[in-house]
Design a protein around this ligand. Structure first.
Ligand SMILES: Cc1cc2nc3c(=O)[nH]c(=O)nc-3n(C[C@H](O)[C@H](O)[C@H](O)COP(=O)(O)OP(=O)(O)OC[C@H]3O[C@@H](n4cnc5c(N)ncnc54)[C@H](O)[C@@H]3O)c2cc1C
Length: 343
């Protein structure tokens, strides 16, 4: 296959989103990327195209047209029924080689992080991983890809000067979702990729449900998070109690995850989930820059910490200096009999 590296960047056009689906359910990050892709495409006067890979998903492809999309390329093949790294990377890179998009956006989910770099390597381009901001350089129309660097201590903006497409994975929960519309103006183009079972090195034999409670931090309106200040894993029972009283989800700092007190799916921050709830309550969390990176856009931040110098107090709306084991029970007492909406 010819390498895109050797082609003139001017030949590449349009903004592509590689949609993610499982059993026909489109991952929310794909809708966020359509919203962001539309903004970028409008700035450079280009189209937004979504690539959906799967098998017998015509209805899903049609549904995607209700978002601001010009074309949905629907890669339909039995070998694409379940996610398979080789099959998806092959099918998508074939289409990219053929149609030559200028920008390709992928969600920085487990699947996107697996798929994006493989496609970039196959098409001879680079990839900026885990972007939190995208923009277009007004001077030359190149994609400005911003992501935390050096352990989150600074934000780096990366450009891809020569190779095309310009590829990024983007963190879920950071970009605004595209709006659903009753009207659909675009079209679905069905494509049958060239795939053979013998080209795939892995095969899905079975799916095992680990029975873990799913945490939905991205859509949560209220998050109560605990950190190392809890001192013990049992401390999360108190955090859960407050979260239940406020009808929220439980979050955590990385220190609590690293200590094995709570599953990584609860981690907020640069290497966890980016959240923007209406209310974020940080309990026994110092507010390291990497934690802030995932929660500083919360509407209201409440911090409970014994150390008045803790950095979390610099970004919170309401700060309580005190022992969380004294403050939270008082908090719970004051909430007794109250409905969350009364807050
Ligand atoms: C590349 C990289 C990525 C990272 N990604 C993340 C990330 O995604 N998310 C994340 O959170 N961190 C991340 N970190 C780690 C981060 O730098 C911090 O180490 C971590 O956030 C600290 O967690 P903490 O606030 O719970 O612990 P600490 O910093 O130890 O803070 C504990 C706080 O609890 C307070 N406290 C103690 N006892 C009590 C009490 N009884 N009542 C009230 N307060 C009390 C203390 O005063 C202190 O402020 C990352 C680091 C690196 C280098």
């Amino acid at each position: 296959m010819e390498n895109n590296e050797r082609k003139d960047p001017a030949l590449f056009e349009h903004v592509w989103i590689l949609a993610e689906q499982m059993d026909g359910h489109v991952h929310p990050v794909s809708i966020e990327l359509i919203g962001e892709g539309r903004k970028l495409a409008d700035q450079i006067g280009k189209k937004v195209c979504v690539v959906l890979a799967g098998y017998q998903l015509e209805e899903v492809a049609d549904k995607l047209l209700h978002y601001p999309v010009d074309t949905v390329y629907y890669l339909d093949h039995p070998l694409l029924k379940d996610y398979n790294t080789d099959a998806y990377a092959l099918a998508m890179s074939q289409l990219i080689q053929e149609k030559m998009p200028e920008i390709v956006l992928v969600g920085a989910t487990s699947i996107g992080r697996d798929l994006g770099p493989r496609i970039a390597a196959k098409v001879g381009s680079g990839l900026t991983a885990d972007c939190t901001k995208l923009d277009i350089d007004p001077e030359d129309g190149k994609l400005l890809q911003t992501r935390p660097a050096f352990g989150g201590n600074l934000m780096a903006t990366i450009v891809c000067p020569k190779s095309r497409p310009q590829m990024s994975t983007v963190r879920p929960g950071v970009m605004e979702k595209a709006k659903y519309s009753e009207q659909c103006l675009g079209e679905v183009v069905r494509v049958t990729p060239q795939l053979r079972a013998e080209d795939l090195r892995t095969q899905l034999l079975e799916r095992v449900d680990l029975g873990r409670k799913r945490v939905n931090l991205i859509d949560a309106k209220v998050i109560v998070s605990g950190g190392r200040g809890l001192k013990t894993p049992e401390g999360f029972a108190l955090i859960q109690e407050l979260a239940d009283a406020l009808k929220g989800e439980v979050g955590s700092s990385r220190a609590a995850v690293d200590a094995g007190w709570i599953d990584h799916s609860h981690q907020v921050g640069q290497t966890g989930t980016t959240v923007h709830p209406d209310l974020y309550v940080a309990c026994g969390i110092s507010g390291a820059i990497q934690h802030q990176a995932g929660m500083h856009e919360s509407k209201y931040i409440v911090a409970i910490n014994k150390d008045p110098e803790a950095p979390i107090f610099q970004i919170c709306d309401y700060g309580i200096v005190g022992d969380l084991y004294e403050v939270i029970p008082e908090f719970l007492k004051s909430l007794e009999g109250k409905h969350f909406l009364d807050l």
